[in-house]
Design a protein around this ligand. Structure first.
Ligand SMILES: [Mg+2]
Length: 294
């Protein structure tokens, strides 16, 4: 798929969302930032934040990180298919790779396929793969963070607000990417809730750990609630973008917090207090800078 096709799909989605936001009572309070409240009220709302939680894939990171890493692993296995450890993996990987690529392509154009739909395909796709391959693939294809995302998190953290990630991704990918966030951008998150993977004694991927499996968006609701309770937060700010984040938005609002959609899918607009219609996080960082006075 060409970059032009992807960008046209994304631009069309942004244009449709701007029109829809106007109809739903939002106003553009600053370039690319839409709110149901006035600019001053929106800034006060953000400044009151005492816990910050963001989705990861297609929010902080523009790609679906585990799919990108999965395809990097597949490339490696295919390059040496007669390796003893590879031969039995190729058929299963090939079968699931088509499904994975198809879902990712649809996601890029429509924004309508979520991580929750990819998760079980991905689990099958990487069954039996050495954990080292994940680490190598992250090194080779590590997607960059969305421009402005590390700065936005840094602004929030500097005000002493705990910062966390709630995601349907997997920990052996996400932890490496979050380590890069710390080493390259100096930003450290206080927590991350995502699928934890089981690696066997031979270092091979087995499955998602049963007690740490988050494949449904209801799981994200429970993680938000648990973290709000843990930190005693009264004004949680949650950032998400698609159907996987609806329950996270819903829970934040129930608990008196704020739902911010970054480049949101049309299906989630009704849930939002604030929408940022932009290709990266720079307008979010600018908004936080103004709100927190950093
Ligand atoms: Mg996401």
């Amino acid at each position: 798929m060409s970059r032009e096709t992807i960008e046209t799909g994304s631009n069309n989605r942004h244009r449709a969302n701007r029109a829809a936001l106007g109809r739903k009572g939002f106003e553009e309070i600053s370039p690319r930032v839409w709110s149901r409240e006035s600019g001053a009220k929106t800034l006060r709302r953000i400044a009151a934040t005492d816990l910050f939680i963001s989705d990861f894939d297609e929010c902080l990171c523009p790609a679906i990180s585990q799919a990108v890493v999965g395809l990097g692993i597949f490339r490696r296995v295919l390059l040496s298919p007669f390796d003893n450890t590879h031969s039995h993996l190729v058929a299963g990987m090939a079968r699931n790779a088509g499904r994975l690529v198809g879902k990712v392509a649809v996601q890029r154009i429509t924004g309508r396929v979520q991580n929750s739909k990819l998760n079980r395909t991905f689990e099958q796709f990487v069954k039996g793969i050495p954990d080292q391959y994940f680490q190598d693939a992250i090194g080779e294809v590590a997607p960059p963070f969305s421009e402005g995302a590390p700065r936005a998190l840094e602004i929030v953290a500097k005000r002493g607000v705990p910062v966390g990630v709630v995601s349907l991704g997997i920990n052996n990918v996400m932890d490496r990417l979050l380590e890069r966030m710390e080493s390259e951008h100096g930003v450290r998150v206080n927590f991350r809730d995502c699928n934890e993977v089981e690696i066997d004694d031979d270092g091979l991927f087995v499955r998602y750990s049963p007690e740490k499996t988050y494949t449904e968006n209801e799981d994200k609701r429970y993680r938000v609630r648990a973290r709000v309770e843990e930190y005693g937060a009264r004004h949680v700010l949650v950032v998400g973008h698609d159907c996987d984040d609806i329950m996270m938005f819903d829970e934040a609002k129930k608990l008196g917090g704020t739902a911010l959609g970054f480049s949101p899918a049309g299906d989630v607009l009704d849930m939002l207090d604030i929408a940022v219609i932009a290709p990266d996080w720079r307008p979010v960082a600018d908004l936080f800078e103004e709100a927190f006075g950093v």
